[in-house]
Design a protein around this ligand. Structure first.
Ligand SMILES: [Zn+2]
Length: 150
């Protein structure tokens, strides 16, 4: 006498067997998703760390002695210290192009409109005042950043 088939079965698997297989697969999928999320989270954390440690740079536009300057202030984001202030080169106010000094810094000229400027335009006194102004602007925007006294 043959045994009657189990009331609920599929290809010889009982319902509880199918549930067990299903749960097993679900667990595998969840573990795989968790692993992927973990990798993603680590990558995001690394990216955030990189962004935090990258120096902050900001360019300003300053008008001084009839020319334009575009000084760049660089600061460390972590320690909030101003690392460097580069005054840059003078630019023609009318054309906004960098001035050149073919006569070895005795005279500065605009290649576009031909305006000429005295060589003392880039004296240390002038570049210092441009840098000071840039620092002031920078600190207005980032009050927690300070410049180390050198
Ligand atoms: Zn010009």
């Amino acid at each position: 006498m043959a045994h009657p088939p189990a009331p609920y079965s599929f290809h010889g698997l009982s319902v509880s067997g199918m549930v067990a297989v299903g749960l097993g697969l679900l667990t595998l999928v969840l573990l795989w998703m968790k692993r992927r999320w973990k990798i993603k989270a680590v990558r995001l954390r690394e990216e955030l760390q990189r962004l935090k440690s990258a120096p902050l740079q900001q360019e300003f536009r300053i008008e001084r002695y009839d020319v334009l300057w575009f000084p760049v202030v660089t600061a460390a984001q972590g320690s909030r210290e101003v690392l460097e202030i580069k005054p840059g080169v003078p630019h023609c106010k009318a054309c906004a192009v960098p001035l050149s000094s073919p006569l070895g810094k005795k005279e500065w000229a605009c290649s576009q409109c031909g305006s000429k400027f005295v060589g003392s335009l880039v004296d240390v006194m002038v570049t210092d005042s441009v840098a000071q102004q840039a620092l002031k602007y920078f600190q207005e925007r980032h009050p927690n950043h300070r410049k180390l006294v050198k």
